[in-house]
Design a binder for this molecule. Structure first.
Ligand SMILES: [Mg+2]
Ligand SMILES: [Zn+2]
Length: 185
């Protein structure tokens, strides 16, 4: 177990523009504030890990090669901004399969925590949907809803409250900086 703390980030609608069942690398675009926010989180010494539901795979809407091409493009865009991900985890299943890794099930975080050696309860989970909020709460992490992607709509949906609601990743990074200064978090 290492002492480093990690931020578990949703992909679509959180880091990049939401496109339903995105499978075209040419359509990968970083959201405003995403690069600045991710750089700020890196400067705080936090690890960055992607956790994403990609049921388009299980539904046959796109192939693993398509998913990989999108992923490579995302890495290129982040590298150009001086940002490096410490890991990326995808759930390829459809909801009906009842897998343990489709968010809000904690499988992706458990896998990341085991491979990278961190305590999930000391993480920050950021996303634009209820499933991201519920995932964060399920693993005992700090849960942050961003108002990008589906976030503005999801904020209105009844359900367990995230710890924080912010406009974008840049604002999320500012909140996390404050939280890291508080000894009880
Ligand atoms: Mg999303
Ligand atoms: Zn799964």
């Amino acid at each position: 177990m290492n002492d480093r703390r990690y931020v578990l980030l949703d992909r679509d609608g959180t880091i990049i523009e939401e496109c339903e069942y995105l499978c075209d690398p040419a359509r990968v675009a970083l959201l405003p504030g995403a690069a600045r926010g991710l750089r700020a989180l890196t400067r705080l010494g936090l690890g960055l890990v992607l956790v994403s539901n990609q049921s388009g795979l299980g539904r046959g809407y796109f192939s693993e090669e398509d998913l990989w091409a999108v992923h490579v493009r995302l890495r290129q865009l982040l590298t150009a901004e001086g940002i490096r991900l410490d890991g990326s985890y995808y759930c390829p299943h459809v909801p009906e399969e009842g897998c343990g890794c489709r968010k809000p099930a904690p499988g992706l975080i458990e896998q990341a925590a085991a491979e990278l050696g961190f305590d999930a309860r000391r993480c920050f989970v950021i996303g634009d949907k209820r499933c991201d909020v519920e995932l964060g709460l399920a693993v005992g992490a700090q849960s942050i809803l961003v108002r990008t992607g589906h976030g503005r709509r999801e904020e209105m949906v009844p359900g367990p409250a995230p710890h924080h609601v912010v406009d974008d990743l840049e604002q999320a990074a500012r909140i996390i900086a404050v939280l890291l200064d508080e000894p009880q978090v």
